[in-house]
Design a protein around this ligand. Structure first.
Ligand code: PEP
Ligand code: MN
Length: 338
Protein backbone atom coordinates (compact mmCIF):
# COMPACT_ATOMS: atom_id res chain seq x y z
CA UNK A 1 0.00 0.00 0.00
CA UNK A 2 1.13 3.52 -0.73
CA UNK A 3 0.10 6.45 1.46
CA UNK A 4 -0.22 9.83 -0.21
CA UNK A 5 -0.03 12.54 2.40
CA UNK A 6 -1.86 15.86 2.32
CA UNK A 7 0.11 18.78 0.80
CA UNK A 8 -0.08 20.50 4.20
CA UNK A 9 1.27 17.53 6.16
CA UNK A 10 3.62 18.50 9.03
CA UNK A 11 6.74 16.68 10.23
CA UNK A 12 4.90 15.84 13.44
CA UNK A 13 2.10 14.20 11.43
CA UNK A 14 4.64 12.22 9.38
CA UNK A 15 6.21 10.96 12.63
CA UNK A 16 2.75 10.06 13.88
CA UNK A 17 1.85 8.16 10.65
CA UNK A 18 5.12 6.20 10.83
CA UNK A 19 4.55 5.42 14.54
CA UNK A 20 1.04 4.11 13.81
CA UNK A 21 2.31 1.93 10.94
CA UNK A 22 4.93 0.41 13.24
CA UNK A 23 2.34 -0.09 15.95
CA UNK A 24 0.30 -2.10 13.41
CA UNK A 25 3.32 -4.42 12.98
CA UNK A 26 4.14 -2.97 9.53
CA UNK A 27 7.17 -1.18 8.11
CA UNK A 28 7.31 2.16 6.33
CA UNK A 29 9.46 3.84 3.73
CA UNK A 30 9.26 7.62 3.30
CA UNK A 31 9.72 9.14 -0.16
CA UNK A 32 9.97 12.92 -0.33
CA UNK A 33 8.97 14.40 -3.70
CA UNK A 34 8.95 18.03 -4.90
CA UNK A 35 5.47 18.75 -3.61
CA UNK A 36 4.29 15.60 -1.83
CA UNK A 37 5.50 13.06 0.67
CA UNK A 38 4.59 9.48 -0.13
CA UNK A 39 4.96 6.63 2.37
CA UNK A 40 5.25 3.00 1.29
CA UNK A 41 3.72 0.49 3.73
CA UNK A 42 5.38 -2.92 3.80
CA UNK A 43 4.17 -6.10 5.44
CA UNK A 44 1.71 -8.98 5.04
CA UNK A 45 -1.11 -8.11 2.70
CA UNK A 46 -3.91 -9.15 5.08
CA UNK A 47 -2.48 -7.07 7.90
CA UNK A 48 -2.22 -3.96 5.72
CA UNK A 49 -5.72 -4.27 4.29
CA UNK A 50 -7.50 -4.33 7.63
CA UNK A 51 -5.91 -1.21 9.08
CA UNK A 52 -7.74 2.14 9.01
CA UNK A 53 -4.69 3.95 7.64
CA UNK A 54 -6.79 6.47 5.69
CA UNK A 55 -8.10 7.74 9.05
CA UNK A 56 -4.68 8.89 10.33
CA UNK A 57 -4.36 12.71 10.32
CA UNK A 58 -2.25 13.99 7.42
CA UNK A 59 -3.17 11.08 5.11
CA UNK A 60 -4.91 12.16 1.91
CA UNK A 61 -5.40 8.76 0.28
CA UNK A 62 -4.13 5.22 0.25
CA UNK A 63 -3.44 3.21 -2.89
CA UNK A 64 -3.48 -0.59 -2.58
CA UNK A 65 -0.82 -2.32 -4.65
CA UNK A 66 -1.98 -5.89 -4.11
CA UNK A 67 -5.27 -7.15 -5.50
CA UNK A 68 -7.76 -8.29 -2.89
CA UNK A 69 -8.68 -11.37 -4.93
CA UNK A 70 -5.52 -13.39 -5.03
CA UNK A 71 -7.09 -16.80 -5.74
CA UNK A 72 -9.39 -15.67 -8.53
CA UNK A 73 -6.75 -13.45 -10.16
CA UNK A 74 -5.12 -14.31 -13.44
CA UNK A 75 -1.70 -15.85 -12.90
CA UNK A 76 0.97 -14.41 -15.14
CA UNK A 77 1.93 -16.64 -18.00
CA UNK A 78 0.10 -19.81 -16.99
CA UNK A 79 -3.13 -20.45 -18.90
CA UNK A 80 -5.82 -21.26 -16.31
CA UNK A 81 -7.17 -24.82 -16.34
CA UNK A 82 -10.70 -25.17 -17.73
CA UNK A 83 -13.57 -25.78 -15.31
CA UNK A 84 -15.71 -28.79 -16.20
CA UNK A 85 -19.39 -29.50 -15.61
CA UNK A 86 -19.86 -33.27 -15.71
CA UNK A 87 -16.83 -33.69 -17.96
CA UNK A 88 -17.67 -30.77 -20.30
CA UNK A 89 -14.83 -28.22 -20.11
CA UNK A 90 -15.45 -24.46 -20.11
CA UNK A 91 -12.67 -21.93 -20.63
CA UNK A 92 -10.43 -24.03 -22.84
CA UNK A 93 -9.83 -20.90 -24.90
CA UNK A 94 -11.29 -22.41 -28.03
CA UNK A 95 -14.75 -23.77 -27.44
CA UNK A 96 -17.95 -21.82 -26.73
CA UNK A 97 -20.16 -24.21 -24.73
CA UNK A 98 -23.94 -24.03 -24.79
CA UNK A 99 -25.99 -24.57 -21.63
CA UNK A 100 -29.69 -24.76 -22.29
CA UNK A 101 -33.02 -25.95 -20.93
CA UNK A 102 -36.15 -24.59 -19.33
CA UNK A 103 -36.25 -21.94 -16.62
CA UNK A 104 -38.06 -24.38 -14.29
CA UNK A 105 -38.33 -28.14 -14.26
CA UNK A 106 -42.08 -28.69 -14.67
CA UNK A 107 -42.61 -32.36 -15.58
CA UNK A 108 -40.74 -35.38 -16.88
CA UNK A 109 -42.23 -35.02 -20.37
CA UNK A 110 -41.45 -31.29 -20.55
CA UNK A 111 -37.85 -31.68 -19.38
CA UNK A 112 -37.09 -34.72 -21.51
CA UNK A 113 -38.51 -33.24 -24.68
CA UNK A 114 -36.64 -29.92 -24.22
CA UNK A 115 -33.42 -31.73 -23.26
CA UNK A 116 -33.54 -33.94 -26.34
CA UNK A 117 -34.15 -31.02 -28.66
CA UNK A 118 -31.45 -28.74 -27.23
CA UNK A 119 -28.98 -31.62 -27.27
CA UNK A 120 -29.75 -32.27 -30.93
CA UNK A 121 -29.14 -28.58 -31.65
CA UNK A 122 -25.75 -28.58 -29.93
CA UNK A 123 -26.26 -27.84 -26.21
CA UNK A 124 -23.81 -29.77 -24.03
CA UNK A 125 -25.19 -29.03 -20.55
CA UNK A 126 -28.85 -29.06 -19.42
CA UNK A 127 -30.17 -26.36 -17.09
CA UNK A 128 -33.40 -26.38 -15.10
CA UNK A 129 -34.51 -24.92 -11.78
CA UNK A 130 -36.03 -27.10 -9.07
CA UNK A 131 -35.82 -24.33 -6.46
CA UNK A 132 -36.91 -21.05 -8.00
CA UNK A 133 -36.19 -17.60 -6.53
CA UNK A 134 -39.45 -15.79 -7.32
CA UNK A 135 -40.25 -12.17 -6.57
CA UNK A 136 -43.68 -13.15 -5.26
CA UNK A 137 -44.15 -15.85 -2.62
CA UNK A 138 -47.36 -16.80 -4.44
CA UNK A 139 -45.59 -17.63 -7.72
CA UNK A 140 -44.48 -21.18 -8.63
CA UNK A 141 -41.52 -21.98 -6.38
CA UNK A 142 -40.24 -25.05 -8.24
CA UNK A 143 -40.80 -28.80 -7.76
CA UNK A 144 -38.06 -29.12 -5.12
CA UNK A 145 -36.54 -32.58 -4.71
CA UNK A 146 -38.97 -34.05 -7.27
CA UNK A 147 -37.51 -31.60 -9.81
CA UNK A 148 -33.99 -32.75 -8.92
CA UNK A 149 -34.99 -36.38 -9.46
CA UNK A 150 -36.34 -35.49 -12.90
CA UNK A 151 -33.08 -33.72 -13.76
CA UNK A 152 -31.09 -36.81 -12.79
CA UNK A 153 -33.43 -39.06 -14.78
CA UNK A 154 -33.18 -36.90 -17.88
CA UNK A 155 -29.40 -36.76 -17.49
CA UNK A 156 -29.35 -40.58 -17.47
CA UNK A 157 -31.54 -40.70 -20.55
CA UNK A 158 -29.78 -38.01 -22.62
CA UNK A 159 -26.21 -38.09 -21.27
CA UNK A 160 -26.33 -34.31 -20.71
CA UNK A 161 -24.79 -33.14 -17.42
CA UNK A 162 -27.05 -30.80 -15.44
CA UNK A 163 -26.83 -27.53 -13.56
CA UNK A 164 -29.46 -26.36 -11.08
CA UNK A 165 -29.85 -23.55 -8.57
CA UNK A 166 -29.23 -23.87 -4.85
CA UNK A 167 -30.82 -21.20 -2.65
CA UNK A 168 -30.42 -22.59 0.86
CA UNK A 169 -27.36 -24.00 2.64
CA UNK A 170 -29.60 -26.65 4.21
CA UNK A 171 -30.30 -28.16 0.77
CA UNK A 172 -26.68 -28.71 -0.27
CA UNK A 173 -26.32 -32.39 0.64
CA UNK A 174 -29.60 -33.22 -1.11
CA UNK A 175 -28.88 -31.20 -4.27
CA UNK A 176 -25.34 -32.61 -4.54
CA UNK A 177 -26.83 -36.08 -4.96
CA UNK A 178 -28.57 -35.14 -8.21
CA UNK A 179 -26.62 -32.41 -10.02
CA UNK A 180 -23.26 -31.89 -11.77
CA UNK A 181 -23.07 -28.16 -10.98
CA UNK A 182 -24.40 -25.86 -8.27
CA UNK A 183 -25.87 -22.63 -9.61
CA UNK A 184 -25.91 -19.55 -7.40
CA UNK A 185 -28.54 -17.17 -8.71
CA UNK A 186 -28.36 -13.43 -9.06
CA UNK A 187 -30.31 -12.84 -5.84
CA UNK A 188 -27.89 -14.93 -3.79
CA UNK A 189 -24.59 -13.74 -5.25
CA UNK A 190 -23.74 -12.10 -1.94
CA UNK A 191 -25.27 -14.72 0.34
CA UNK A 192 -21.91 -15.30 1.98
CA UNK A 193 -23.04 -18.27 4.09
CA UNK A 194 -24.14 -20.00 0.87
CA UNK A 195 -20.91 -19.07 -0.95
CA UNK A 196 -18.83 -20.56 1.88
CA UNK A 197 -20.92 -23.72 1.93
CA UNK A 198 -20.59 -24.38 -1.84
CA UNK A 199 -16.92 -23.49 -1.44
CA UNK A 200 -16.59 -26.73 0.53
CA UNK A 201 -18.37 -28.81 -2.15
CA UNK A 202 -16.61 -30.98 -4.73
CA UNK A 203 -19.01 -29.81 -7.45
CA UNK A 204 -18.33 -26.83 -9.73
CA UNK A 205 -20.25 -23.62 -9.00
CA UNK A 206 -21.88 -21.45 -11.66
CA UNK A 207 -21.97 -18.03 -10.00
CA UNK A 208 -24.38 -15.54 -11.55
CA UNK A 209 -23.80 -11.83 -11.19
CA UNK A 210 -26.14 -10.05 -8.79
CA UNK A 211 -28.35 -7.59 -10.67
CA UNK A 212 -27.08 -4.78 -8.45
CA UNK A 213 -23.52 -6.04 -8.18
CA UNK A 214 -20.41 -4.49 -9.69
CA UNK A 215 -17.89 -6.59 -11.58
CA UNK A 216 -15.64 -6.35 -8.54
CA UNK A 217 -18.45 -7.59 -6.26
CA UNK A 218 -18.81 -10.64 -8.52
CA UNK A 219 -15.08 -11.31 -8.38
CA UNK A 220 -15.04 -11.02 -4.59
CA UNK A 221 -17.97 -13.45 -4.28
CA UNK A 222 -16.01 -15.94 -6.40
CA UNK A 223 -13.04 -15.37 -4.08
CA UNK A 224 -15.25 -16.49 -1.15
CA UNK A 225 -15.85 -19.83 -2.89
CA UNK A 226 -12.19 -20.35 -3.82
CA UNK A 227 -11.04 -19.37 -0.35
CA UNK A 228 -12.99 -22.34 1.06
CA UNK A 229 -11.08 -24.72 -1.22
CA UNK A 230 -13.28 -25.06 -4.32
CA UNK A 231 -11.37 -23.80 -7.39
CA UNK A 232 -14.11 -24.79 -9.86
CA UNK A 233 -16.11 -21.62 -10.36
CA UNK A 234 -17.69 -20.32 -13.56
CA UNK A 235 -18.74 -16.66 -13.67
CA UNK A 236 -21.97 -15.68 -15.37
CA UNK A 237 -22.96 -12.23 -16.63
CA UNK A 238 -26.78 -12.12 -16.63
CA UNK A 239 -27.63 -8.44 -16.81
CA UNK A 240 -27.84 -5.69 -14.24
CA UNK A 241 -30.50 -3.14 -13.27
CA UNK A 242 -30.05 0.23 -14.85
CA UNK A 243 -32.36 3.19 -15.51
CA UNK A 244 -33.43 1.51 -18.77
CA UNK A 245 -37.03 0.25 -18.65
CA UNK A 246 -37.39 -1.12 -22.18
CA UNK A 247 -35.62 -4.36 -21.22
CA UNK A 248 -35.78 -6.61 -18.13
CA UNK A 249 -32.10 -5.98 -17.37
CA UNK A 250 -29.14 -4.43 -19.17
CA UNK A 251 -26.73 -7.12 -20.34
CA UNK A 252 -23.32 -5.79 -19.38
CA UNK A 253 -21.05 -7.22 -22.05
CA UNK A 254 -18.26 -4.96 -20.74
CA UNK A 255 -17.94 -7.55 -17.99
CA UNK A 256 -16.82 -10.29 -20.39
CA UNK A 257 -13.40 -8.99 -21.52
CA UNK A 258 -12.80 -7.48 -18.07
CA UNK A 259 -13.49 -10.74 -16.22
CA UNK A 260 -11.43 -12.64 -18.79
CA UNK A 261 -8.50 -10.28 -18.25
CA UNK A 262 -8.67 -10.03 -14.48
CA UNK A 263 -9.63 -13.56 -13.46
CA UNK A 264 -8.63 -17.09 -14.28
CA UNK A 265 -12.23 -18.30 -14.37
CA UNK A 266 -14.41 -19.17 -17.39
CA UNK A 267 -17.04 -16.56 -18.24
CA UNK A 268 -20.54 -17.49 -19.38
CA UNK A 269 -23.19 -15.08 -20.62
CA UNK A 270 -26.93 -15.47 -20.03
CA UNK A 271 -28.61 -13.26 -22.63
CA UNK A 272 -32.04 -14.69 -21.68
CA UNK A 273 -32.24 -12.90 -18.33
CA UNK A 274 -29.87 -10.21 -19.62
CA UNK A 275 -32.41 -8.70 -21.98
CA UNK A 276 -35.55 -10.65 -21.04
CA UNK A 277 -37.20 -10.19 -24.46
CA UNK A 278 -37.41 -13.31 -26.58
CA UNK A 279 -37.04 -11.53 -29.92
CA UNK A 280 -33.68 -9.98 -29.04
CA UNK A 281 -31.98 -12.83 -27.19
CA UNK A 282 -30.26 -14.21 -30.32
CA UNK A 283 -28.59 -10.88 -31.14
CA UNK A 284 -27.21 -10.58 -27.60
CA UNK A 285 -26.07 -14.20 -27.62
CA UNK A 286 -24.06 -13.56 -30.78
CA UNK A 287 -22.60 -10.37 -29.32
CA UNK A 288 -21.54 -12.31 -26.21
CA UNK A 289 -19.63 -14.81 -28.35
CA UNK A 290 -17.91 -11.97 -30.21
CA UNK A 291 -17.02 -10.41 -26.83
CA UNK A 292 -15.18 -13.58 -25.81
CA UNK A 293 -17.64 -15.59 -23.70
CA UNK A 294 -16.64 -19.18 -22.92
CA UNK A 295 -20.24 -20.27 -22.88
CA UNK A 296 -23.87 -19.22 -23.24
CA UNK A 297 -26.81 -20.06 -21.00
CA UNK A 298 -30.11 -19.85 -22.86
CA UNK A 299 -33.61 -20.77 -21.72
CA UNK A 300 -35.66 -22.90 -24.12
CA UNK A 301 -39.26 -24.09 -23.76
CA UNK A 302 -41.30 -26.15 -26.19
CA UNK A 303 -44.52 -24.41 -25.09
CA UNK A 304 -43.49 -20.98 -23.78
CA UNK A 305 -47.11 -19.92 -23.34
CA UNK A 306 -47.56 -22.73 -20.81
CA UNK A 307 -44.23 -22.22 -18.99
CA UNK A 308 -44.54 -21.89 -15.21
CA UNK A 309 -41.77 -19.24 -15.13
CA UNK A 310 -40.08 -16.94 -17.65
CA UNK A 311 -42.20 -18.09 -20.62
CA UNK A 312 -41.94 -14.61 -22.18
CA UNK A 313 -38.20 -14.98 -22.58
CA UNK A 314 -37.95 -18.65 -23.56
CA UNK A 315 -36.82 -19.50 -27.08
CA UNK A 316 -38.72 -22.16 -28.97
CA UNK A 317 -36.56 -25.19 -29.92
CA UNK A 318 -36.50 -24.26 -33.62
CA UNK A 319 -35.31 -20.72 -32.86
CA UNK A 320 -32.61 -22.15 -30.59
CA UNK A 321 -31.50 -24.52 -33.33
CA UNK A 322 -31.17 -21.64 -35.78
CA UNK A 323 -29.34 -19.56 -33.17
CA UNK A 324 -26.79 -22.33 -32.60
CA UNK A 325 -25.98 -22.27 -36.32
CA UNK A 326 -25.28 -18.55 -36.10
CA UNK A 327 -23.32 -18.92 -32.84
CA UNK A 328 -21.06 -21.35 -34.69
CA UNK A 329 -20.53 -18.87 -37.51
CA UNK A 330 -19.65 -16.01 -35.14
CA UNK A 331 -17.40 -18.28 -33.07
CA UNK A 332 -15.53 -19.25 -36.21
CA UNK A 333 -15.22 -15.62 -37.28
CA UNK A 334 -13.44 -14.80 -34.01
CA UNK A 335 -11.14 -17.82 -34.14
CA UNK A 336 -13.17 -20.11 -31.89
CA UNK A 337 -15.65 -22.95 -32.29
CA UNK A 338 -19.02 -23.86 -30.82
C1 PEP B 1 -32.15 -18.74 -13.65
O1 PEP B 1 -31.10 -18.88 -14.33
O2 PEP B 1 -33.08 -19.51 -13.71
C2 PEP B 1 -32.30 -17.56 -12.80
C3 PEP B 1 -33.21 -17.53 -11.83
O3 PEP B 1 -31.46 -16.57 -13.12
P1 PEP B 1 -30.96 -15.31 -12.25
O4 PEP B 1 -30.52 -15.85 -10.93
O5 PEP B 1 -29.85 -14.78 -13.08
O6 PEP B 1 -32.13 -14.38 -12.15
MN1 MN C 1 -35.45 -17.97 -15.73
Amino acid sequence: MIIITQPTVTDAQIDHIVARIEEFGLRSQIMRGESRIVIGVLGPDELIREKPIAAIPGVESVVPVMRSYKLVAQENGTPPPPVSIGGVPFGSGQRVVLVSGPCSVESREQLLSIAKSVKKSGARVLRGGAFKPRTSPYSFQGLGEEGLRLLAEVRAETGLPVTTEIMDTRDLAMIEKYTDCLQIGSRNMQNFALLKEVGRSKLPVLLKRGFSATINDLIMSAEYILSEGNPNVLLCERGIRTFETMTRNTLDLNAVPILKAKTRLPVIVDPTHGIGLRDFIPQMALAAVAAGADGLMIEVHDEPERARSDGEQALRPAVFEDLVRRVRAVAEAVGREA
